[in-house]
Design a protein around this ligand. Structure first.
Ligand SMILES: C[S@@+](CC[C@H](N)C(=O)[O-])C[C@H]1O[C@@H](n2cnc3c(N)ncnc32)[C@H](O)[C@@H]1O
Length: 211
């Protein structure tokens, strides 16, 4: 199977859950001032997992301009749930809030501006609990908030971690790959989770917190 052609084929089939998503994807092609979005096939899988588990509370680390946030928001519209998302980039966070409003999902999205390293421990101290957590912020942060993320997940909850195969991308700074590899080694020997990894996009780890 030619993987590039297969991917093109999948992307032709996958439809966007909100019109603003196709606009943002198109616009991103001519922008070099924003970080990459999640791939549509991963976005759709997140939407599917939220619907499948009837997730009511979702936490996202790393909103960017809210591309992934809108996909998550559309899924939560279907389950009647709520989303909390966190990012520390001032300019893109403003864009994110505008995009959430344009997409019509802002009424059930709690956008928290600041460093994940500070906001996540605060959420733990407030005894917050989530059915699904999606991590897509700075790769060095995964290891720092590891235990707090475990505490924030409900038993049986799902942890989805993006970019877990970054170390195999020759164009990526080596240090990023080292962070990701260290995180993967920790996650996959942690028997409090049941985990696997899929080669979607730059790799995605899926872990259930055992009840
Ligand atoms: C890859 S982008 C997120 C893309 C987004 N999930 C999407 O698919 O549309 C990573 C985001 O994480 C944010 N970020 C990185 N390190 C962070 C930290 N320590 N605290 C909060 N946000 C952080 C960046 O500002 C950036 O917007």
């Amino acid at each position: 199977m030619e993987s590039d052609k297969a991917l093109e084929y999948i992307r032709d089939l996958v439809s966007y859950d909100n019109p603003i998503l196709s606009f943002l994807d198109e616009e991103a092609k001519s922008r070099d001032d924003i970080q990459p979005f999640i791939e549509p096939e991963l976005a759709k899988m997140l939407g599917l997992l939220i619907r499948l588990t009837n997730a009511q509370t979702v936490l996202e680390l790393g909103s960017g301009v809210a591309y992934s946030t809108i996909w998550l928001g559309e899924a939560l519209k279907a389950t009647g749930g709520r989303l909390t998302t966190m990012d520390n980039h001032e300019r893109t966070s403003k864009e994110a809030k505008e995009n959430l409003s344009k997409a019509g999902v802002d009424s059930f999205v709690d956008f928290r501006f600041g460093d994940v390293e500070e906001l996540v421990p605060r959420a733990v101290s407030h005894h917050e609990q989530y059915d699904l957590i999606f991590q897509d912020c700075g790769k060095y942060v995964y290891d720092i908030v590891y235990e707090d993320i475990y505490d924030l997940l409900n038993p049986g909850g799902l942890l989805v971690t993006d970019d877990t195969l970054l170390q195999f991308d020759p164009t990526i700074r080596k240090g990023l790959g080292v962070h990701v590899d260290r995180y993967n080694q920790r996650l996959f020997i942690d028997d409090r989770y049941y985990s696997t990894m899929l080669p979607i996009g730059q790799g995605v780890a899926l872990s259930i917190k055992k009840a």
